[in-house]
Design a protein around this ligand. Structure first.
Ligand SMILES: [Zn+2]
Length: 229
């Protein structure tokens, strides 16, 4: 019995700590200016193999106790989700299923990244922060499908299979989906991707951004694969 109580306490402790990390990541994303005007985003953090924490359908003014606990089938186990948030459970859940090392997933409509998503253009890796925060390859585009539909989920699954070392995908005509070991790392990658998308668009007026030298991305990707083992 003592063990059970201890486990319950430790679950509650993990939940509170992860919810705090999500709220802090939200604060950093707003402070960095990478949110869309609407402030739309959803963030999640893995609790264990089957369950994760998910923001309830809004993030502006979010408090840790408003973060819900859901399972990968979309059942809400603790807290409440707005109807719109219920549609995105599968979008987060599929990343946790396909990528065991992932501890956090962030979806935003960051404006410059969303411009690439709207143009169906993969975002090249041509800036140092993208490399540093773990995206040493272009961010692929997942074809559009209705939000939360089976087609949308299988599109993300296919992209994760065909790009086994990508830490982000662009959702065509929609926005950005980024994943990392924890909410802080995923938030840093959202910022790096948004900066990179802005740099690509600005550099287009100067004749276009230029690739890293041959081999530069391969070296970083090899170290990412080593770190994941
Ligand atoms: Zn969205």
């Amino acid at each position: 019995m003592v063990t059970t109580e201890f486990e319950a306490d430790s679950h509650a402790g993990t939940r509170v700590a992860r919810a705090g990390q999500i709220v802090e990541a939200v604060r950093q994303l707003f402070e960095a200016g990478v949110m869309a005007h609407s402030g739309h985003a959803n963030l999640s953090a893995r609790l264990d193999e089957d369950r994760f924490l998910l923001t309830p359908g809004f993030v502006r003014g979010l408090r840790p106790e408003q973060v819900a606990v859901v399972d990968r089938e979309g059942q809400v186990l603790e807290g409440k989700l707005q109807t719109s948030a219920a549609e995105i459970v599968a979008m987060h859940g599929i990343v946790y299923r396909e990528r065991p090392p992932v501890g956090a997933v962030i979806h935003t409509h960051s404006p410059a990244a969303t411009a690439f998503a709207a143009a169906h253009r993969p975002l090249p890796c041509r800036t140092e922060p993208m490399l540093r925060f773990g995206q040493a390859e272009p961010v692929p585009v997942v074809p559009w499908a209705p939000r939360g539909s089976d087609a949308a989920i299988s599109g993300i699954t296919e992209a994760l299979h065909s790009h086994p070392t990508t830490s982000a995908v662009l959702l065509a005509n929609h926005g950005l989906l980024v994943f990392g070991p924890d909410p802080a790392a995923a938030a840093l990658l959202v910022m790096a991707i948004e900066e990179s998308a802005e740099a690509e668009i600005a550099a287009a007026a100067l004749g276009g951004a230029v690739d890293f030298p041959d081999g530069a991305l391969d070296a970083v990707r090899a170290s990412i694969v080593r770190a994941a083992r």
